[in-house]
Design a protein around this ligand. Sequence first.
Ligand code: ATP
Length: 232
Amino acid sequence: MLELKKIESGYGPARILHGVSLTVGKAEIVCLLGSNGAGKTTTLLTILGILKPSAGTMVFNGEALGGCKTTEIVRRGIAIVPEGRRIFGPMTVAENLMIGASVRNEPAAAAETLEMVLELFPLLRERLDQLSGTLSGGQQQMLAIGRALMTRPQLILMDEPSMGLSPLMCDEVFDIILRIRDRGLSVLLVEQNAYASLAVASRGYVLESGQIALEGSARELREDDMIKEAYL
Ligand code: ATP
């Protein structure tokens, strides 16, 4: 579904990714592990077209993404749940969700998608009129995932969705990721919590200094001595 080949990317003259190649299949959860500053967020921002690769190719559903604007990439079916959630605190839960829907400008479909999101997150249904800034961290994370789903993506990029959450809320987030996959969506998951992400993912990559240092099935990575020492 998504294929990156030899991507070089970064911030202006600062080259961060050096030839990153990875794939994500349909209805697959793939995790991207790596220490702080390895380039995980940079990879997600490049896929979404916020950063422009200086070399390499990106193909999504058989179509090249190179040169596409972010809005076009979202329309083609890629959404992001950004690091730190980035929900709009002074706006209500409903307004935050409708921002996701606004990318498509299809009111009838938006109502249907909203119903699907509220089925997945009953706690958001009870709080549609509440200001988002007054939600707990875990509730805000659910809202950020719900907002991404409102764009009706086929692939969701998630940047540290369990960060700062209680163990109970972390379990809920990983459970939601599995339920999203069960609905046929794909997830590229960036996580510090390697143990939990390798438990839900089918495959994973380890990024080190902007290069893929290791890749394999989740089982292979769980049993790898380097991974055990560095991340588990
Ligand atoms: P973290 O867990 O810390 O978020 P990461 O693997 O996601 O780690 P990135 O955020 O992709 O890492 O950062 C990779 C490198 O890019 C780091 O060296 C970082 O300092 C640098 N970097 C990040 N944002 C910028 C920016 N706006 N301008 C210049 N360099 C940046």
